[in-house]
Design a protein. Structure first.
Length: 372
């Protein structure tokens, strides 16, 4: 599956110093330091906020005080999220302490009084787990990444990008049905991306559901009309299905986006070939060869096309078609000398033209290949 690497994206969070403060005068220094950080973006103020809340708890170790516990957790989660380089030298168990406090706060009946603060805290933790997940993605440890993203979803369930991360990990782990369901939820969403479209269509192709894959690609092309890969992927499905009528309708768009691409020129020529539009097919086969003179397929197909034309021109002078078939098939044989299809086509050409010496050589070569 050809996909771009995910760009790490986290939920947007803002450190707000006001929150619901006002009930506890003892928290004034803590909240003021949070405000100073907001103004000056100097990490030292987060350190001062931590010292303030820690010293407050030493003097008044009232762990049952919900407001103090909320602000302690808020300060700790802010440090974890904003001080990734640990410039203020926080203790090593800061993360585990914070997770434990959040879990306990989730069970407190009065936590709704600090809804804004608690949502901020959960967003900090959710984003931290996302970053950890991307560390494992970089190592191709998709199971560990999946677990991190699943934990993150517990904290920030409304962050849509997480569905994409979960879908991607499931896809890489071979959980195609789960991955398809997750990505299908993203298709048509307000914040969907062309990357999600590409992966979702690849998932359904892996499942053998080309109808769904095509449906997703068509929706994707409406949302992202300039995405070349979506156009190319749709064309590939038609090619694999041998649905040349549908492919024919896509050719103008394909050519607009890939005007000087040898592979695309071959695809166009091959489509016209199957639709018996021989002049157009010859034109694009020649264009493909002109763009890449060492490519085997357009040269071989061009030789076959002229051989096919010679069959239709039996009542006319078909010598020119046979000459062209011989020329291109011999060129293809130079590129891949032991291709049985090409040798068999040359066998037919030499039989039709009465070229006994070359026919004898081809027959001998085919016999050797068949006896191997």
């Amino acid at each position: 599956m050809q996909t771009r690497k995910f760009i790490i994206s986290v939920a947007t969070i803002f450190l707000i110093s006001s929150f619901a403060f006002g009930q506890n005068e003892n928290l004034k220094n803590t909240v003021n330091n949070l405000a100073f950080y907001n103004q000056k973006k100097d990490i030292k103020y987060l350190g001062l906020a931590k010292k303030s809340i820690d010293s407050l708890l030493k003097v008044t170790p009232d762990t049952l005080n919900l407001e103090i516990t909320v602000y302690k957790t808020l300060v700790y989660s802010s440090i974890l999220y904003l001080d990734s380089l640990n410039k203020i030298n926080s203790q090593k168990d800061l993360f585990s302490q914070t997770v434990s406090m959040v879990d306990k706060l989730s069970g407190r009946k009065q936590i709704y009084r600090f809804n804004e603060e608690f949502e901020y805290i959960k967003e900090c933790l959710g984003n931290l787990y996302i970053k950890q997940g991307f560390v494992f993605l970089a190592k191709s440890d998709y199971l560990a990444a999946l677990r991190k993203f699943q934990i993150a979803q517990n904290y920030i369930p409304n962050f849509k990008n997480l569905i994409g991360y979960l879908g991607y990990c499931n896809y890489k782990l071979g959980n195609f049905n789960t991955a398809g369901r997750l990505f299908n939820n993203l298709i048509g969403a307000q914040n969907t991306s062309d990357e999600y479209i590409e992966i979702a269509s690849s998932i359904y192709k892996s499942l053998g559901d080309t109808t769904m894959a095509l449906d997703i690609l068509k929706k994707g092309r409406m949302l992202f009309p300039t995405n070349k890969l979506l156009i190319f992927n749709e064309a590939n499905i038609y090619i694999n299905k041998k649905d040349y009528s549908s492919l024919n309708a896509l050719l103008p768009t394909l050519l607009d986006n890939y005007p000087n691409n040898a592979d695309i020129a071959f695809v166009v020529g091959n489509c016209y070939d199957h639709l018996n539009k021989y002049d157009d097919a010859i034109s694009y086969y020649l264009k493909s060869i002109d763009l890449n003179s060492t490519a085997y397929e357009p040269i071989f197909n061009l030789g076959l096309l002229f051989l096919k034309k010679s069959e239709f021109n039996l009542k006319k002078d078909n010598k020119q078609d046979l000459f062209q078939a011989k020329q291109w098939l011999e060129k293809a044989n130079e590129i891949i000398p032991n291709d049985v299809k090409c040798l068999t086509a040359l066998q037919m050409v030499y039989t039709k033209t009465g070229n006994q010496d070359d026919l004898q050589n081809i027959n001998y070569k085919l016999k050797q290949i068949n006896n191997q």
